[in-house]
Design a protein around this ligand. Structure first.
Ligand code: NAI
Length: 266
């Protein structure tokens, strides 16, 4: 049973929606008969994404594209206004835009600012700008924030990315507390941690999906199933986060995060 927010004629906004995981999610929302706003910073990708999704939309006007830079609050405020003007309510917000250009511990500050700006501030801006109106609607609604297992296990290398994604986890948990403690609030926030997904972000020049990688559609299907089942943390099954945490003897809300379900095949 899909979550009630995922109903035909409801509206989903996906940041970073013009590529990879975001585009696959936008496609799934469109196929459910939802209105979809594909929000992205890249004009060429937005154009291509709109053409790709048009056949999935039940009506031409159900898909809109919007240029946004999630690292800038004014840009996200502008996005919210445009979506509300076009579709009215927002039922699903997927804060998914992310970059991984690489970073070094003692590297230039502007690179750290850029990575934290998109990956962490983007999620904060999206949640803070959209959530109050979503709460006020009084109907079931979803905020889905895309994190990464690197924000939990902090492997060596790419410290700025790890820090940004650790922030996504912490921010999403803070938002969950806030929503739980808000009277009559029907909005829930979910931390989505994809596995290794073959997208432009991870392709590194490869054209073929490496063995063991997920397609964006596969990981989005898991995410939608688990969010619909009420999971606040969605860890794709090939993630070794619980094992990695155990090996490093880090205790972290194991009851919340360890999956009790059988692994899904790919
Ligand atoms: P992708 O590179 O295919 O798509 C990311 C999209 O975000 C692009 O269309 C890009 O133009 C957009 N974007 C970049 N900066 C933006 C900004 N300032 N404002 C708005 N949009 C912006 O990447 P992918 O793989 O689909 O990643 C999506 C999310 O999933 C990211 O947050 C990434 O960190 C996360 N992730 C991906 C994994 C993977 O294996 N692909 C694994 C774990 C997490």
């Amino acid at each position: 049973m899909p979550h009630p927010a995922l109903s035909a004629d409801h509206t989903a906004v996906v940041t970073g929606g013009a590529s990879g995981i975001g585009l696959a999610a936008a496609g799934r929302f469109a196929a459910l008969g939802m209105n979809v706003c594909i929000a992205d910073v890249d004009d060429a990708r937005l154009h291509a994404a709109a053409a790709k999704l048009a056949p999935l939309a039940k009506r031409g006007e159900a898909i809109m594209t919007a240029k946004v830079d999630v690292s800038r609050r004014d840009s996200v405020v502008d996005l919210e206004a445009k979506v509300r003007q076009r579709f009215g309510a927002v039922d699903v917000l997927m804060n998914n835009a992310g970059i991984q250009p690489g970073s070094k511990m003692f590297g230039p500050e502007d690179n750290w600012q850029r990575i934290l700006g998109v990956n962490l501030w983007g999620i904060i801006h999206g949640s803070q700008v959209f959530a109050p109106d979503m709460i006020a609607q009084g109907t079931p609604a979803l905020i889905i924030n895309t994190g990464s297992k690197q924000g939990i296990t902090t492997p060596p290398g790419d410290p700025a990315y790890n820090v940004s994604k650790a922030g996504v986890k912490a921010f999403t948990e803070a938002l969950q507390h806030e929503l739980r403690n808000t009277p009559n609030c029907k909005v829930t926030a979910h931390l989505f941690i994809p596995g290794f997904v073959f997208t432009p972000l991870t392709a590194n020049g490869r054209v073929e999906k490496p063995a063991g990688a997920w397609t964006p559609e596969q990981t989005v299907d898991v995410m939608l199933d688990r969010v619909s089942a009420g999971d606040f943390y969605v860890l794709c099954p090939d993630n070794d986060v619980p094992r990695a945490l155990d090996e490093r003897r880090i205790l972290w809300a194991a009851g919340d995060i360890v999956e009790n379900r059988p692994p899904l095949s790919r």
